[in-house]
Design a protein around this ligand. Structure first.
Ligand SMILES: Nc1ncnc2c1ncn2[C@@H]1O[C@H](COP(=O)(O)OP(=O)(O)OP(=O)(O)O)[C@@H](O)[C@H]1O
Length: 343
């Protein structure tokens, strides 16, 4: 449904040029959700804006539903764009119009009859759970409600594709989840293909079928959620996954932690498991083999596509030699081991 072929975008300034995208190609099949994740400045916004030609690529082709947008005349492009909805981080609602007025806006632009608009607006507001807010103004709504209005507005013309530009970045975690659930529901119900960009791996994990990682304007990794989470290849993918796992050291440990053993011989260890690592039962094995006790302080393990991955913070008690041997054993089982300090 969405195909980008060798997209390059260079911004030319007075005395310099910025290469925002180089040779990016990707495909999103009909009815699927692809998440593009990247750090600030990686090129995410430029990429998503190239899909509906809000930003014209310097070179390359954008094909939506078999139509090559890059070759269309302005009037045909305007028509094709109606099939591509977009929602933004800051909602972009018209503050002078009510909720119903905002949702009606694209229908008015398409010259639909008044009674049809009224019926469709009511239907859309019900769909996004705002049936009782039709006459409110955006200023009186919460962030989550504003995004629901924006979603209703973008669905008004029955788009086949929905582009989400950091759509949940301005929302708290609970509201983020409710908006992501709404997007997933829309995707399933209407078979709308979704391309979303985000800097949060949890967003990707919550609703995407596939993830692509962008860095310095290049797509550096791509795969199904379970593939990339269990077997990340690039350092950047590993960093994003680590940032979505929250195993934190309690404050009490943090205060007692010293950087060197200094008479304290219980190391606090961070263990990172990926699809290549042995199972978490490895702790019991190491305990039996090396006379060490492993006290789990905090852990977040996840399970996708038949493999476990995640992070664990443990305190190891045992002789210096046994402790060292147990750490070597974990490393030999493809678990990443980091000594955080000693307590
Ligand atoms: N209109 C523009 N003119 C010049 N340079 C631009 C323009 N838009 C983006 N850039 C540059 O292109 C690169 C990619 O920017 P882009 O906004 O796509 O990144 P991003 O991944 O969306 O970042 P963020 O998450 O911070 O929004 C950056 O170096 C940025 O400075």
């Amino acid at each position: 449904m969405i195909e980008l072929r060798n997209i390059t975008k260079t911004f030319y300034k007075k005395n310099s040029q910025v290469s925002a995208l180089s040779n990016v190609s990707l495909i999103v099949p009909k009815g699927k959700i692809l998440g593009v994740i990247g750090a600030s400045g990686a090129g995410k916004s430029t990429l998503i804006r190239c899909v509906n030609l809000l930003e014209r690529p310097t070179s390359g082709e954008v094909i939506i539903g078999g139509l090559n947008l890059t070759q269309l005349a302005p009037s045909a492009l305007a028509k094709a764009r109606r099939e591509i909805g977009m929602i933004f981080q800051h909602f972009n609602l018209l503050s002078s119009r009510t909720v119903a007025g905002n949702v009606a806006f694209p229908l008015e632009l398409s010259n639909r009859p008044g009674d049809e608009i009224k019926k469709r607006v009511a239907e859309l507001l019900e769909l996004v759970g705002l049936g009782d807010k039709a006459n409110e103004y955006p200023a009186n709504l919460s962030g989550g409600q504003k995004q629901r209005v924006a979603i209703a507005r973008t669905l008004a013309n029955n788009p086949r594709v929905l582009l989400c530009d950091e759509a949940t970045s301005a929302l708290d975690p609970a509201t983020t989840l409710s908006i992501l659930n709404l997007l997933k529901d829309i995707n399933k119900r209407f078979q709308i293909t979704i391309l979303l960009i985000t800097h949060e791996m949890n967003v990707v994990k919550a609703i995407c079928d596939e993830v692509a990682i962008i860095s310095e304007g290049k797509l550096i990794e791509r795969g199904s959620i379970s593939e990339v989470f269990a077997y990340p290849e690039t350092t950047i993918a590993k960093q994003f996954i680590a940032s979505s796992l929250h195993a934190t050291l309690p404050a009490e440990y943090e205060q007692r932690l010293s950087a060197t053993p200094a008479g304290k011989n219980h190391p606090v260890i961070k263990l990172e498991f990926n699809g290549h690592s042995a199972e978490a039962s490895i702790l019991s094995e190491a305990s039996r083999m090396f006379q060490v006790d492993n006290n789990i302080i905090s852990a977040q393990m996840d399970y996708t596509g038949g493999v476990k991955y995640g992070v664990m913070l443990i305190e190891v008690t045992g002789s210096k030699k046994d402790t060292q041997n147990s750490l070597e054993y974990y490393r030999s089982k493809h678990i990443e081991v980091e000594v955080l300090g000693y307590v």
